[in-house]
Design a protein around this ligand. Structure first.
Ligand code: ZN
Ligand code: ZN
Length: 315
């Protein structure tokens, strides 16, 4: 079985740490889970014990409603706790509200699991904090030189050029939708912002945590249609359902070059590091070995050949 220095093993359930008897971002319920952030590919319900930040706990409780039977252990950033002999500390990952990088220390060696992260400024979440570590387990969603993310403020301002149509904006409901709401409120202040009902509960978590998203309101048909210059933020599957409606200008917010949903334009706004930021991250962490997860680490391995040892955990 592949492992990170025999400390974290790569299993079909997720990364397992035997010394502390816990999993990181497990795919199914386990006895003890450390959850980096609330996205569904990292946060699954019903583990016996869940260690997560306050916002992540709130997002999970709202997403899984009553089905969640876990005991939550709320983790504050930068406060070390012990699981058996393993010292665990969460640091902000800059990916979405409450997102964490998980740092572990055991027998004089340190390990950093990034979860999802970004370096780009984002006022809707905590700023990333980078700590040097001996072993790095990083996501590689955009680990290719072709991915250099543009400035999100310039991307969002493009919507000011849409003058005669109302806009449907497709976005993931947790994290991205709130970041986009805040950006729109700042940079497209002439426009009225409506938010899909599925997203409202997540917007509320942000505002309850003290992150102001600006002027927005829950979607109503009458409100949205009343005047031109309205923007309706809705989940991707809902944008897809409206893809034949030509009266609206349709955009999808994604870091990818192409949209899998038919739309008029793409807003290149990503919550993951691009190629340059991934390299910068590695430079700052100064790991002895880099392990890659999520996405394709092949280009990174080739690029760092002879400088840093890169191993692909998920190949
Ligand atoms: Zn994520
Ligand atoms: Zn992810």
């Amino acid at each position: 079985m592949k492992s990170v220095n025999n400390f974290l093993s790569f299993t079909s359930t997720g990364l397992y740490c035997q010394a502390g008897d816990f999993y990181i971002d497990p795919k199914r319920p386990v006895h003890k889970a450390l959850v980096s952030h609330a996205h569904s590919d990292h946060a699954t319900p019903n583990s016996g014990n869940i260690y997560a930040t306050g916002p992540t706990k709130q997002f999970m409780k709202r997403r899984f409603r009553n089905s969640i039977r876990s005991r939550f252990h709320e983790v504050a950033y930068r406060e070390t706790f012990y699981l058996d002999e393993v010292a665990v500390t969460f640091f902000p990952a800059g990916h979405m509200l409450g997102s964490a990088m998980i740092r572990m220390e055991y027998q004089n060696e340190s390990y950093l699991y990034t979860g999802d992260f970004k370096l780009q400024p984002d006022d809707s979440c905590e700023t990333i904090e980078i700590v040097e570590s001996d072993f790095l387990v990083t996501e590689t969603t955009f680990a290719h030189p072709q991915y250099i993310h543009p400035d999100p403020e310039n991307e969002i301002r493009k919507l000011n050029e849409v003058q005669t149509q109302n806009i449907l904006l497709g976005s993931y409901s947790v994290g991205k939708a709130q970041r986009v709401t805040q950006l729109l409120s700042k940079h497209c202040s002439e426009k009225k912002i409506f938010v899909h009902r599925e997203m409202v509960k997540f917007h509320e978590v942000y505002e309850e945590s003290g992150v102001h998203l600006g002027n927005w309101e829950p979607y109503t048909k009458q409100g949205f249609k009343k005047e031109t210059g309205s923007i309706y933020i809705l989940p991707p599957n809902w944008l897809h359902r409206h893809s034949a409606q030509h009266e609206y200008f349709k955009v999808f917010a994604t870091g990818w070059k192409q949209s899998y949903i038919k739309c008029d334009s793409i807003l290149h706004i990503s919550d993951h590091a691009d190629w340059n930021d991934l390299l910068k991250m590695i430079e700052l962490i100064k790991p002895k070995t880099v392990f890659t997860l999520h996405g394709d680490g092949v280009h990174l391995k080739q690029f760092l050949e002879g400088k840093i040892n890169v191993q692909l955990l998920n190949e």
